[in-house]
Design a binder for this molecule. Structure first.
Ligand code: NAD
Length: 481
């Protein structure tokens, strides 16, 4: 693909950057593109184009705006397999996981096409005698989004379709680790014929992120990534008067009760922990095995994890786990494994074996037993294929472990008891909860986002919150004399 271009004012243009980074296929180490580290001047051009475009885009009827999104949706369906293969090439996830990434992205386009209904306001006659009142939603101006590496197709679509359907204009900064999927998706957007400047893309890294948070012409910022950066973006953006929704990192607990069904549950747990090589914000990272669930599940989990087929998803459809995103990330995961051993957890499956080559991004499934919640591996987000097993005496003890943790994105319970499930869902704080579900990912018509230090802001991603985030309310009170 060569050096990627920014998309500004309806055209692909060279960045003014003097530096670039290699975009690497983590399965093969092949350099597939170079991504420019764009400058503040590049961002200014994009925001200026978006600001001008806003004047007429906001007046375009919502039903007309929806038609552009519908057209893009059709192009995404036509190019579905091509985009999925790009995701696998730059991210490493298996081809089926990449298809899921693209499909969940398209789901947001489906929802945003309903904007003429979703954006409607409220009205009441006779708020006083002969006085009527309307409350309408209106777009606010230029919005920006900053996205992570782990869902190259989907996460940008958590934001852009809603922002532009509601009449705003938009600037995206994709992850510099996986920018080629968005490059291709913007080529498809380009075929849709949106007015110039409605959508823009600026490649780059932290300079663009910080620039977006302080830019006087950006009204709001959506962010997805790790907790320290989410908090930074939230603070900097709100200090500069912007709306910010910042989705951060996660450490997700899956609670397994003794009465959980065995066979299907074991498969679901393994998929939750090792799907996308553990690089999902909804990945099960720690299993809390309650009472006799420990003896019931431990061996079957180790056996199932050993059956995972690691490899390059573009070579082989039957591969069930790809590499992690980079050599540096693999080293980070290995250092967590070393800390786990040093702190006294029992390594029952060592994913380093067979994957010793530091030049490769592959690492196998790993399981630690006898993990304590206060160990580093029990506390911190590893974001890799490392599963920690914790034992708890009863459901209350399991809930307490979850309550003591700050990265409260999602949690699930596995049980055949409605009472346990109800107690659990009622008590726990993470705001995405599964009952016998390994990855409790809300569909695009519901809100997505965690709580505590997994989420900074008020309004979460997509669903009704997406519409709220991208609109302001205008109240008109009318009397005809
Ligand atoms: P990251 O925080 O490293 O990067 C995310 C974005 O922030 C990127 O676009 C990057 O360019 C930018 N960035 C990185 N360092 C920066 C800095 N110092 N200053 C300003 N900007 C910076 O995250 P990642 O590694 O790309 O993604 C993985 C993380 O994202 C995990 O923590 C995962 O849990 C989280 N995540 C959360 C959700 C959610 O819904 N809560 C969804 C997906 C991923």
């Amino acid at each position: 693909m060569g050096t990627l271009k920014n998309y500004i004012n309806g055209e692909f243009v060279d960045s003014q950057a003097s530096e670039s980074l290699d975009v690497i296929n983590p399965s093969t180490n092949e350099v597939i593109a170079k991504v420019p580290l764009s400058t503040a001047a590049d961002l200014d051009s994009a925001v200026a184009a978006a600001k001008i475009a806003f004047k007429s885009w906001r007046k375009t009827p919502p039903a007309e705006r929806a038609k552009y999104i519908f057209k893009f949706k059709n192009l995404m369906e036509e190019h579905f397999e091509e985009i999925a293969r790009l995701v696998t090439a730059e991210h490493g996830k298996t081809i089926n996981e990449a298809r899921g990434d693209v499909r969940r992205g398209i789901d947001n386009l489906d929802v945003a096409c309903g904007i003429p209904s979703l954006m409607q306001g409220e009205a009441l006659e006779d708020v006083g005698r002969g006085i009527d009142c309307t409350s309408t939603r209106r777009p606010m101006g230029v919005f920006a989004a900053i996205t992570p590496f782990n869902f190259p197709a989907m996460v940008p679509l958590w934001f852009m379709p809603y922002a532009i359907a509601t009449g705003n204009t938009f600037v995206l900064k994709p992850s510099e680790q996986v920018p080629t999927t968005q490059q291709r998706m913007f080529e498809l957007w380009d075929q849709v014929g949106l007015p110039k400047g409605v959508i823009n893309m600026v490649h780059g890294a932290k300079e663009i992120v910080n620039g977006m948070c302080i830019h006087p012409d950006i009204k709001g910022v959506s962010f997805v990534g790790s907790t320290p950066i989410a908090e930074h973006v939230y603070r900097l953006g709100t200090q500069n008067g912007k709306r910010v929704q910042a989705l951060g990192g996660a450490k997700n607990y899956l609670v397994v009760m003794p009465d959980a069904e065995l066979e299907q549950t074991a498969s679901i747990l393994v998929e939750s922990c090792y799907g996308c090589a553990g690089e999902r914000c909804l990945a099960g990272a720690t299993l809390v095995l309650v009472g006799t669930a420990y003896d019931k599940f431990k061996d079957i989990l180790v056996e199932r994890a050993k059956q995972i087929k690691v490899g390059n998803g573009l070579d082989d459809e039957s591969v069930s786990m790809g590499p992690v995103i980079s050599k540096a990330h693999k080293q980070r995961i290995i250092s967590y494994i070393e800390k786990g051993i040093a702190e006294g957890a029992e390594l029952v499956l060592d994913g380093r074996i067979g994957y010793e080559d530091p030049e490769s991004c592959f690492i196998g499934p790993t399981i630690f037993d006898q993990v304590k919640p206060d160990m580093t591996i029990g506390k911190e987000e590893i974001f890799g294929p490392v599963l920690c097993l914790i034992q708890a005496e009863d459901l209350d003890a399991a809930i307490e472990i979850i309550e003591n943790h700050e990265l409260a994105n999602t949690t699930s319970i596995f049980t055949s008891s409605g009472k346990s499930a109800r107690e659990f869902a009622y008590a726990v704080e993470p705001s995405m909860i599964g009952v016998n579900i390994g990855v409790a990912a809300p569909m695009s018509y519901f809100n997505f986002g965690g709580t505590k230090r997994s989420f900074f802001g008020d309004l979460k991603a997509h669903g009704k919150h997406g519409i709220e985030f991208y609109t302001d309310r205008k109240v008109v009170i009318t009397r005809w004399l």
